[in-house]
Write a protein that binds this ligand. Structure first.
Ligand SMILES: C[S@@+](CC[C@H](N)C(=O)[O-])C[C@H]1O[C@@H](n2cnc3c(N)ncnc32)[C@H](O)[C@@H]1O
Length: 324
């Protein structure tokens, strides 16, 4: 690997080593937004990876804790056998089709506004992306992207050759239960639109979407990228349960089939229910259970992260009915 431009506090192999427990390290490059730091930490804690931050060419204030070494990108990249940059560009390789090489992998995720700089994209071993199907949506939240890519890479899903269902997005309705706050829901709506859904049903027990409170409305719409996101959010009471041939519930409990092994049916209409709340009557009785099989079962996942992994993996197993 060629040397890259350096910034921030230099790191050496010795001091990096203490922070690297595994063969996968997430590198947050020029991350901004205070809210993204705990989300990235959660994404990493759910997986078997380590986390470091780099301020690249523009060292600003340090977001990292002491054990999340704030390192120069140049020194960091020399530490890995392979470096992947996560970015949705025309040249990117779909992460679901990327067989993971052996060795220590560094995964770079970039700044919320600017992404991973072009000069770095040119120098890494591979640029990988999560397929984006929703018109006008070029990216998902950085921690969401990290969580999905860590999930796919850790399971080496490209080598698992999962069968694609003949169902399309139109055959799968999504019901979201009790999101805890407007930003978590908004970010999940951004993912849902990005991964190909045009509508979604919501049981809004905490009043984070169907509300008159202006601040709540603004927070939710901002996280959803409301200016480009045309997903239609409907109250769950508009669902007609008898319309579904199969109801699949994915909640916080570890019961049922792990998502990585879950096969969709080839016919019928499916209701996919996501959320920690107890499913409403009628959904509960007739459902099949699945769960997002994070590596660290004891870490509580952020709402948006498990939900987005779920929708991305399911979307990947569907026939593509709609693009761009
Ligand atoms: C919000 S995105 C920045 C996108 C930036 N505005 C752009 O269009 O270049 C923040 C980071 O999340 C990651 N990311 C978001 N969506 C992604 C996707 N579909 N595939 C791979 N990485 C993604 C990338 O690392 C990206 O740099």
């Amino acid at each position: 690997m060629r040397k890259l431009l350096t910034g921030g506090i230099p790191a050496t192999r010795k001091n990096l080593g203490s922070n690297m427990k595994n063969k996968l390290t997430l590198v947050g490059l020029e991350i901004e937004g205070d809210w993204n730091i705990p989300l990235l930490r959660n994404a990493v804690e759910l997986s078997d990876a380590s986390l470091v931050f780099s301020q690249g060419k523009n060292p600003t204030e340090a977001p990292a804790k002491a054990n999340e070494l704030l390192a120069g990108i140049d020194e960091l990249l020399g530490e890995y056998d392979h470096v992947l940059a996560c970015e949705a560009t025309e040249q990117s390789r779909c992460v679901y089709d990327y067989p993971v090489p052996r060795g220590h992998l560094g995964l770079i995720v970039g700044n919320e506004r600017n992404g991973v700089p072009h000069d770095i994209l040119k120098k890494v071993n591979q640029v990988v992306s999560i397929p984006m199907l929703g018109q006008g949506m070029s990216s998902v939240n950085v921690a969401v992207a990290a969580a999905i890519i860590l999930y796919v890479v850790e399971r080496d899903l490209a080598r698992k050759r999962f069968r694609t269902s003949t169902l399309s997005h139109r055959d799968i309705d999504v019901l979201v239960l009790g999101p805890p706050d407007p930003s978590e829901l908004g970010s999940l709506l951004r993912s849902a639109w990005a991964f190909g859904w045009q509508r979604l049903f919501l049981n809004d027990r905490h009043g984070v979407w169907f509300t008159k409170d202006r601040q709540t409305i603004l927070a939710g719409r901002a996280a959803a990228r409301g200016e480009v996101n045309r997903i239609v959010v409907r109250p769950w009471e508009q669902l007609s349960l008898p319309d579904y041939d199969q109801i699949v519930v994915c909640d916080g409990t570890h019961s049922g089939t792990p998502l990585s092994r879950f096969a969709l049916p080839d016919r019928g209409k499916v209701l996919l229910v996501y959320g920690d709340d107890e499913p409403p009557l009628g959904v509960r009785e007739s459902s099949e259970r699945i769960y997002v099989d994070h590596c660290a079962a004891k870490t509580a996942p952020c709402f948006r992260l498990s939900g987005s992994i779920l929708l991305s993996v399911i979307s990947q197993r569907l026939r593509r009915s709609r693009r761009g």
